[in-house]
Design a protein around this ligand. Structure first.
Ligand SMILES: Nc1nc2c(ncn2[C@@H]2O[C@H](COP(=O)(O)OP(=O)(O)O)[C@@H](O)[C@H]2O)c(=O)[nH]1
Ligand SMILES: [Mg+2]
Length: 362
C-alpha cells in the first residue's frame, strides 16, 4: 500500500467515528438534496473550530478546497485523458505542477524521479502513477529532515517569539490566532507591538489582545521598536507572563535597516531572557506564490528563521507552495492560516495536508 492510501485510510477511519456520533443528522442528510448536505457538513466544521485543540482533518479539507479543485482536478483530468504515460504526459504534468506553484526546480527534480520510477518499475498506466505522484510529493517534503511543527518554549522565564514578514502577509492576525491557541493551552500571553512603523499597526494588535483577552504592550507610532521590546519584556517579567509574541515591521525594501532593526531587537531579548527568542517565525502569504518564496530566501539571509507560518491558504489554489518552501528554503512550515478568524490557524500537519489536497483524486 502506498503512502497516500495509508493516509487516506487513516483519516477516513477517523471520519467514520465522527459520523457515528452524529448518526441522527446523518439519516436526515441522506434524504435531503445535495445543497443541504453541503450546508450541514460546513456546520460540522464550524463546530470543530470552536475547539482549537481539535486539529480535525476537515479543516484541512475545507481550507484546501481551492487548491484541490485547481491542480488536483487537473491531475485527475490528465490521468483520464492519457491511456499511456508518454513524454507529452510528463510535459503536461510538469506544467500543472508549476502552475500549482510547487517551484520550477522542485518540479524538474520531481519529474526526473518520476521518470526513473516509471522506467524501473515498468509502469505505463497513468492511473497507477497517481498514487506514486502523491507519494513522491510527500517524500519531497519529508526528505530526511526532522519535521517539527512544535514551538519551542523557554523553561525558565518568559518565552519570546518574534514574528517577521513583509507588510500585509498576516503577521498581526497570526499573532492574534497563536495567542488565542496559547491562551487556551493555559498560558499567560502578552502581545508586544514592535511594528511602530505602519500607522494603525499598534492599535490593530491591541484590538486583537482585547478580542482574545490577553495582555498588551505598545507605544506611540514611530517609537524605537527595540525600546518597545525592552519595555514589553520588563512587563512580561514583572507580571509573570509565559509567552511574549512580538509583532514587527517587515520592511524588506531596506534590507540593511531591517537586519539592523532585528539585530537590535534580538540583542534586547538576549539581554532580558537567557537564551534569547526561542522562535522567529516568518509569515508568508500563500496567495503570493513564488514571491513568497523569494521573501523567505531574503529573510533567511538577514535573520535566523526557525519556522514559517503560511497564511491565506484558504484563498488560493497555490497549496503546492508548502512543498516548494520546504524544498527551496529548507525551513519547516509550522502553522497554516485558513481564514481571518481567531480559530482559523492550524498547526501544520503534512499528513492532513496531503489528505486535504488529494482526497478526491483516488
Ligand atoms: N483569508 C485569509 N485572510 C487572512 C489570513 N491571515 C491574515 N489575513 C488577512 O490579511 C490581511 C492582512 O493581515 P495583517 O495581519 O494585518 O498583516 P500584517 O501586515 O502582516 O500584520 C487582513 O485583512 C487579514 O484579515 C488567512 O489565513 N486567511
Ligand atoms: Mg501588522
Amino acid at each position: 500500500m502506498g503512502l497516500f492510501s495509508k493516509i487516506k485510510s487513516m483519516f477516513q477511519k477517523k471520519e467514520e467515528t465522527v459520523e457515528e456520533e452524529i448518526i441522527e443528522t446523518e439519516v436526515e442528510e441522506e434524504s435531503s438534496d445535495e445543497e443541504e448536505v453541503v450546508v450541514k457538513k460546513e456546520k460540522k466544521v464550524e463546530k470543530k473550530k470552536e475547539e482549537p485543540k481539535n486539529n480535525n482533518v476537515k479543516v484541512y479539507e475545507k481550507g484546501l478546497t481551492k487548491s484541490r479543485q485547481g491542480f488536483v482536478s487537473k491531475l485527475a483530468e490528465l490521468t483520464n485523458r492519457y491511456k499511456k504515460v508518454t513524454d507529452e504526459y510528463f510535459d503536461e504534468l510538469e506544467e500543472i505542477l508549476i502552475m500549482a506553484d510547487i517551484g520550477v526546480n522542485t518540479v524538474m527534480e520531481f519529474i526526473d524521479r518520476l521518470r526513473d520510477r516509471v522506467r524501473d518499475e515498468k509502469l505505463d498506466d497513468p492511473e497507477m502513477l497517481k498514487e506514486i505522484i502523491v507519494d513522491e510529493l510527500f517524500i519531497i517534503y519529508v526528505n530526511d529532515s526532522v519535521l517539527t511543527s512544535k514551538l519551542t518554549f523557554n523553561e525558565n522565564g518568559p518565552t519570546a517569539i518574534l514574528f517577521v514578514g513583509v507588510n500585509g502577509v498576516g503577521k498581526t492576525t497570526t499573532i492574534g490566532k497563536i495567542g488565542y491557541q496559547l491562551k487556551n493551552d493555559g498560558k499567560k500571553v502578552l502581545l508586544v507591538a514592535a511594528d511602530t512603523f505602519r500607522a494603525g499597526a499598534t492599535a490593530q494588535l491591541k484590538e486583537w489582545s482585547e478580542k482574545i483577552d490577553v495582555g498588551f504592550y505598545g507605544k506611540e507610532e514611530g517609537a524605537d521598536p527595540a525600546s518597545v521590546v525592552y519595555d514589553g519584556l520588563q512587563m512580561a517579567k514583572n507580571e509573570n507572563y509565559d509567552v511574549v509574541l512580538i509583532d514587527t515591521a517587515g520592511r524588506l525594501q531596506n534590507k540593511v535597516n531591517l537586519m539592523k532593526e532585528l539585530e537590535k531587537m534580538n540583542k534586547v531579548i538576549d539581554g532580558q531572557i537567557e537564551g534569547g527568542a526561542t522562535e522567529t517565525l516568518l509569515v508568508i502569504d500563500a496567495t503570493t506564490g513564488q514571491n513568497g518564496i523569494s521573501q523567505a530566501k531574503a529573510f533567511k539571509e538577514i535573520t535566523n528563521i526557525t519556522g514559517i507560518v503560511l497564511t491565506k491558504l484558504d484563498g488560493t489554489a497555490k497549496g503546492g507552495i508548502v512543498l516548494a518552501i520546504k524544498e527551496t528554503v529548507g525551513i519547516p512550515v509550522k502553522y497554516i492560516g485558513l481564514g481571518e478568524a481567531k480559530e482559523d490557524l492550524q498547526v501544520f500537519d503534512i499528513e492532513k495536508y496531503i489528505y486535504g489536497l488529494f482526497k478526491d483524486m483516488m
